[in-house]
Design a protein around this ligand. Structure first.
Ligand SMILES: Nc1ncnc2c1ncn2[C@@H]1O[C@H](COP(=O)(O)OP(=O)(O)OP(=O)(O)O)[C@@H](O)[C@H]1O
Length: 702
């Protein structure tokens, strides 16, 4: 240090001296050294000043840039979804206090993002469920790539694999979901036909947008609770947890263990390290910048992640492309994917997680992956790990509803009858019934308490007393009615609704041989089985709402794809998920919107109104009898009858058994907008069609 000081030239020493000796102007001489350095002073001072201002400017710019990038603004460079810290989202929702709704995989809360005051909906995925995590990845994958005014966009997310915290941030849809607005009558505006029709058109545009992506995106779970309404009551498609890209045949993908993933891992570790600091900051009321500094940043368009002061992730967003389809096709089953090692980018590009010890993975199609998920899902969804059929599930539900309908006194009487010694005919039957119930409950108890090892041995299935009782009652009623008709010489086939299901699912022949009423109810439910085949853990419609219960209710769904009543029958029979599956679900939704009721609804007494319980069968029946308008919600104001008939006709076309006969969403849009000719009713539902022809057509499976 000292030697360096001495090496400095005398002139510079003089210049750098802040306190030069005070001299009078008279003392100045041209030969004086100080005078020479005086010439250098202005440029040096100027350069120092400019250097200072440059540093000042640079730091200002940097701070500004950093602050800007931490907020989801309209900045054209940074696009959502952003990665937020958990603490920020907790603050945004006031510690998750304002619940908007409950999804199958966790609750949704409303909140406001601190810096911009942007209202958001934050979905907190069920941390304990693997399926919840899967839906999180899937939803993020799609929601971040789809940009349309008819689709609910994801603003950001927060994910912490170690703590199993998965959150999704969406733009807030102020009017909630269509299920609540329409079926729970929370939105009086929907009593106006015009509003309903405009919602229908919005939904068609939304699905049409998904199907027009390359490769097409199949939503896979179109239903009222997944249609959200914004502040102007425009409908948008939400919940992409079950969505998928249309599968491509035979794709071979090279699996590379990317450096990017390694880097991101280290980023995650760092995040963990910083968590303590973050929480400390929060308790001190730390700024968003400070909070988000703990989060990784990923370079746009690249895999490499780097630690940076900007506390958010910029994700490459594009419309679904063929490459994405390939990537997605190679995505492994969750059991294959090591979620611990995959972080930020791989969370978003689930498709990139196609690795298995650095080897090449062959995948027939995405179907494999989803199929594996199905199996996994089935295992995890059912509390007992069993593969219960939806039919059993419906039977169980029906049993409950029937038991609800019975006056309590009757139950008490029946129990009393079981122990009573006085034996009348009435008491005898009640005794029989009661015994059957007790037997059933006992068998259920045995099932529950039996050790797991013993469970495997084959045992006669427990008797379903409600089914038997219902069938007995039905048989009695039928017999009575037949006798009456015989007496009056009438033959008006009151069991059309049973035949409806039989015809539709080719069960008629079989049912004819099964003459008992039990055969009838079975085949009717088999019809449901087609329509209700696959389901997903679901939450929105509760048992109390007279519809098939979802999560929290009886879980008997054999797979996690789609929702009962809305899922296309061909998908239930193992076919690929195609756009036509969405078309089918849309058909059910369309009927629900027009009729203002659920697809499976038992109102009042289940026995008297049973023929209307299945909306689809009821709609087909109305069509055959030329009474389409009977389906329309009676509370609708200023109904446009032509539009209503058009909607029901389109719905019936969408519900055709053969997927290739269903119209595409583009065609539906054309029909609704008047660009295309209004469609004709499917020939088998036309009132003028002779029944002989209908049967023939149906036999051919058209
Ligand atoms: N962006 C949003 N804006 C406003 N409310 C929302 C938003 N997203 C979800 N919700 C509300 O939260 C509820 C739960 O949503 P979520 O998508 O998790 O489940 P769901 O679709 O209703 O049921 P499931 O998961 O069983 O299909 C919705 O029904 C809706 O009322």
């Amino acid at each position: 240090m000292i030697s360096r000081k001495f090496s400095v030239s005398p002139s510079s020493l003089v210049v750098s001296d802040p306190y030069p000796p005070a001299i009078s102007p008279n003392q100045l001489h041209p030969s004086f050294k100080y005078q020479k350095s005086h010439h250098l002073l202005p440029p040096l001072v100027a350069s120092a000043a400019s250097l200072c201002s440059f540093f000042l400017l640079f730091s200002l710019c940097f701070r500004r840039l950093a602050r800007k990038r931490t907020t989801p603004s309209s900045d054209s460079e940074s696009k959502p979804p952003y990665r937020f810290s958990y603490s920020l989202l907790r603050r945004a929702t006031s510690s998750f206090s304002n619940r908007l709704g409950q999804g199958g995989f966790g609750p949704v809360y409303s909140g406001t993002l601190p810096p911009t005051r942007q209202p958001v909906a934050i979905k907190l995925m069920d941390s304990a469920s693997l399926q919840g995590e899967r839906e999180f990845h899937n939803e993020l994958f799609f929601a971040s790539r789809l940009h349309s005014q008819h689709v609910v966009s994801a603003i950001g997310f927060s994910s912490d694999i170690n703590r199993r915290r998965f959150l999704l941030v969406y733009e807030l849809m102020h009017n909630g979901n269509l299920q609540d607005a329409l079926l729970h009558r929370k939105c009086p505006e929907l009593l106006d036909w015009k509003k309903r029709f405009s919602i229908i058109v919005d939904i068609v545009k939304g699905i049409q947008y998904l199907h027009s992506c390359d490769p097409p995106v199949i939503h896979g779970d179109i239903k009222p609770s997944n249609i959200l309404l914004d502040s102007s009551l425009s409908a948008r498609i939400g919940d992409f947890g079950l969505a998928r890209l249309k599968s491509e045949p035979q794709i071979e993908i090279d699996i590379l263990k990317s450096d990017g993933i390694e880097m991101k891992n280290s980023g995650l570790e760092l995040e963990e390290e910083k968590k303590g600091k973050e929480e400390e900051l929060e308790s001190n009321g730390g700024s968003m910048l400070e909070e988000t500094q703990s989060v990784n940043t990923v370079d746009e368009g690249s895999l490499a992640a780097e630690q940076s002061p900007e506390g958010f992730v910029t994700i490459p967003i594009s419309e679904p492309s063929p490459e994405l389809a390939e990537e997605a096709a190679a995505a492994p089953s969750p059991s294959e994917a090591n979620f611990d090692k995959i972080s930020v980018q791989s969370e978003l590009n689930i498709s990139l997680s196609c690795k298995k010890n650095g080897k090449v993975l062959k995948s027939n199609s995405m179907k494999d992956w989803w199929w594996k998920q199905d199996i996994e899902g089935a295992k995890t969804s059912s509390p007992m790990g069993e593969n219960k059929k939806v039919k059993d599930y419906v039977m169980e539900w029906l049993g409950k509803e029937i038991s609800k309908e019975r006056p309590k006194s009757e139950w008490v009487a029946s129990e009393a009858a079981a122990t009573s010694s006085s034996v009348t005919t009435m008491e005898k039957t009640e005794k029989k019934k009661s015994k059957r119930r007790v037997e059933w409950w006992r068998s259920m108890d045995e099932e529950a308490i039996k050790p797991k090892t013993l469970k495997k041995e084959k045992k006669r299935p427990p008797r379903e007393w409600w089914k038997e009782e219902y069938c007995e009652e039905l048989a009695k009623k039928k017999k009575k009615k037949k006798q009456q008709q015989k007496r009056h010489g009438i033959n008006n086939n009151d069991d059309w609704w049973v035949r409806e299901a039989e015809d539709l699912y080719g069960e008629r022949k079989k049912a004819k041989t099964q003459k008992s009423s039990r055969g009838n109810i079975d085949s009717w439910l088999d019809g449901f089985n087609g329509e209700l085949f696959r389901a997903r853990r679901n939450s929105h419609d509760s048992a109390a709402s007279w519809e098939i219960p979802k999560s929290g209710g009886v879980s008997s769904t054999p797979s996690m794809r789609g929702t009962v009543c809305y899922v296309a029958p061909e998908y239930g029979f193992g076919e690929d998920l195609s756009e036509k599956c969405d078309v089918y679900s849309f058909g059910v939704l369309l009927l629900v919107i027009v009729s203002g009721r659920r697809p499976l609804q038992v109102t009042g007494s289940p026995l008297s109104e049973f023929h209307k319980a299945n909306l689809l069968s009821w709609a087909r029946h109305c069509a055959r009898h030329g009474k389409l308008l009977d389906l329309v919600d009676q509370s609708i104001k200023s109904l446009d009858k032509d539009q209503a008939v058009l909607c029901i006709t389109i719905a019936l076309l969408c519900l055709l058994k053969n997927p290739s006969r269903r119209p595409s969403m583009k065609e539906i849009l054309g029909m609704l907008s008047g660009e295309l000719e209004p469609p004709q009713l499917p020939v088998e539902y036309s009132p003028s069609t002779p029944s002989r022809f209908r049967t023939k057509a149906r036999k051919k499976g058209l």
